[in-house]
Ligand binder design. Sequence first.
Ligand code: AMP
Ligand code: GLY
Length: 444
Amino acid sequence: MKVLLVGGGAREHAMARAVKRSDDAALVVVMKHRNPGIAALADDVALLPETDVDAVVAYAKEQGCDLAVVGPEAPLEQGLADALTQAGVPTASPSAAAARIETDKRFMRELMAKHQVPGRLDHHHFDDETAALAFLDEHGPVWAIKPVGLTGGKGVQVHGDHFQDLDGAKAYVSQVFSKGTGGGAVQFEELAVGEEFTVMAFTDGTTVLPMVAVQDHKRLREGDEGPNTGGMGSYSQCDGLLPFLTQGEYEDAVLIVQALVDALRAEGCPYVGTLYGQFMLTAAGPKVIEVNARFGDPEAMNVLWLLETDYVMLLQAMVEGNLEARKVGFRPNATVVKYAVPQGYGDGTPEAGTPVTVDEAAIEALGATVFYASIEEQDGHLRTLTSRTLAVLGEGETISEAEQVAEKALEHVHGDLFVRHDIGTPAVIAKRIRNMQHILAKEA
Ligand code: AMP
Ligand code: GLY
């Protein structure tokens, strides 16, 4: 079985390892930059733009791949999964039509409304700047404002966080239209108040097999300050829930994922692959903040590290449409992932070329691990590129134990890098629980 993996970040490093845990799976990889962690696992690597559909398909055919899986969303939007499937390489990632659940926020909200998927939020869409500004004049500034298309997770601005008043809201809307960000159309969404969490699932278009819940940390700095990033780190708990999330609330989120999958099938674009639901747990239960057509990054590291089921078997079952006959299991432990990023990432101009050294053996000896991301080997030395550099993962019986292991692992990473050390600490976990209690009490 020869598997093609597309993508070269830490998420794909986690996917590559999961593939290689499977007996006699060969792995070939297409990525933009040579991720040293993935390259060490791969039987062959092609350095290509991941969105160059023709080149990726030609490579898959030349390599004689039996199966493919795509990490990032941009190639999905370009129809890579469709093209690979057409070329005879079954692909456990969604078609461009199904991936609109991520790539077109208007499609996602309208699909939820049409099919009465629970977890809906009020939403208003504008292609025209004048109309969008008039809407704000009439309805005030209390919204989440989103460019409609892909922005790499950095395009959302929220009232109370990123802007405080009508002028601030209007300034952002005008900026989206003048810069053409995310397709140059905006969506205003009802503000959901609560704690965020992620539930991802494997699906063959009908059956949904959910994974353990994870909480990501989008804000750059400790105490949830600073701009939104791709995600600075994440944790999961041994029972698959989170310290502020009950079994019933988790199950509500899974029902929402199932309803989304059912809705996409009913629309004639069945969704095959990993589906990512980002939720806000509010006083009225989980609400959908965003849906992604892929694994989350960093969340993929938490769940794939714990995955006990053969990943290649799951990929096959998804493309063959027989996931119903399968079960998915996770090691019942907690995980904490912390990203190390170049100085300036998120709110400045990160400089590429910073030297980094990693003592992988010392990290593995802790029962921890390192996932490489935006980093390259040059003349035998690791050097940063401009995005998130690498992530460490600690595992333990409790989140706190896993957090301490992750911190010990970071002592074996050297270089001028920035880390949010507060992720998974007892103080931050307590704050999350208090926040949720406060929201529930206010509502009661
Ligand atoms: P996204 O890029 O859609 O994940 O959004 C980035 C962040 O903005 C999310 O992690 C949330 O914290 C926040 N956000 C997005 N949409 C909403 C919403 N409707 N209500 C409250 N917060 C939101
Ligand atoms: N962790 C958020 C994302 O992958 O979009």
